[in-house]
Design a protein around this ligand. Sequence first.
Ligand code: XMP
Length: 515
Amino acid sequence: MVGNEEKVIVLDFGGQYNQLIARCVRECNVYAEVHPYTMSLDEIRKMAPKGIIFTGGPNSVYEDASPHYDRAVLELGIPVLGICYGSQLMAYMLGGKVTTAPVSEYGRTKVTVDTSSKLLHGIDEETDVWMSHTDYIEEVPDGFRITSHSAVCPVAAMEDPIRKLYATQFHPEVTHTREGKKIISNFVYTICGCAGNWKIDSFVDEKIRQIRETVGDRKALCALSGGVDSSVAAVLMSKAIAKNLTCVFVDHGLLRKDEGDQVEAVFGPSGNYDLNFIRVNAADRFYEKLAGVEEPEQKRKIIGEEFIRVFEEEAKKIGAVDYLVQGTIYPDVIESGLGKSAVIKSHHNVGGLPDCVDFQEIIEPLRMLFKDEVRRAGKELGLPDSLVRRQPFPGPGLGVRIVGEVTADKVRMVQEADAIFREEVDRADLKERPGQYFAALSNMRSVGVMGDFRTYDYAVVLRAVNTTDFMTAECCEIPFEVQQTCMRRIINEVKGVNRVMFDLTSKPPGTIELE
Ligand code: XMP
């Protein structure tokens, strides 16, 4: 086994921040995996984790339909940390009292901390934490002591060090809890006794080993878009199963300017990798399916479905392909509403998949990782910096950057405007490049005047955002001169466009893509 012998299990009770908990643990160089609370106690025993974390969740522990867990998990001798709902569950399971709090707490809150606690050691006696609860622990179970409280929450943290049980009402995993990282690190190092020798390279090695074990000498087809995620997935898979992998790159006619040729240059026969690579030029087929369709979710589903149909056809030509490999990452999963969260949009590869897919299984080796972790895995796999640092590009491509109906002519407009915007931003001497920046095409047409003639043309929307996790984002300031140059060039060089706007919206309330 390579480095994954130390594992922390995050038992998911439906909270929003569950992957953030796993990520915080991984940042301490300890491997963490999120599993649903329906995972059996036997499975937990078999995995022999060094620690278990109960996550938050939207329910009330005293309601019958709420998720619970076998109380014996608290008697395994494995340290357990309960967070928010998880803390209430721990209290409830052991005979404490949980009720609706007279005052709910949401957001940044000051708590007082007993730093003689192993969990809270090294924390300021008064510290800011992130609270989000309507219930609270009114009475702790026998054997527990209270180690933190706020003005209105009597049990902000509790513990029974003899049984190695710890709990916080607040969320140490979110950045707004000022010393949250220290708390997680106290849990994994001091309490669970982890050595912390896991790194992203252990993840890569372990994944390669697991894939070899699962796929054996069967064949897999990788949906390669040339973006960071699918490129990392492709190279990882090819390290695992070599020529039993075929990478299929579908040019759906919704790519950025010249992108098809660029992807082929890297992954094709004259590129850097010894891969089975097939390029399918399928623009007409996609445009035909999208003709007359305006609704964003419907467009996403059509593109997602058509992708799969192309892959199925290619798989038939290759023969006996059992697996489809996709570069899905964690934010795709969460925003497609596959957990318990609401559907924001169906990220294709996830919620955008048709119900019936003609592959035995789908492999998503990066499903648990955040973007920056994928980039680190890419570096580890030896992918060039230019590829690893590429800004993300959605699977449905320009299909979700053209508001309303997609036509070949609109694709041309957005491709050209986007190329100009990216070129000017790259040329500008910015302190930091935005996390994502691109042009989109609104479906607004408006009147203008060019060379004494009236125009009635489309408006391009420029968008630049700063983000690290792509779940939240803020508008990135682009110098006014750069905006002006882009506006002039786009209007002069892109036929059919007579207006340029800059999108200032953060996420939330906006999303990064327009659709
Ligand atoms: P949104 O628009 O949801 O985007 O704020 C968040 C991040 O995800 C990218 N994105 C996608 N990536 N398939 C993908 O692989 C998709 O369907 C998809 N939709 C959005 C988006 O570019 C941003 O980086």
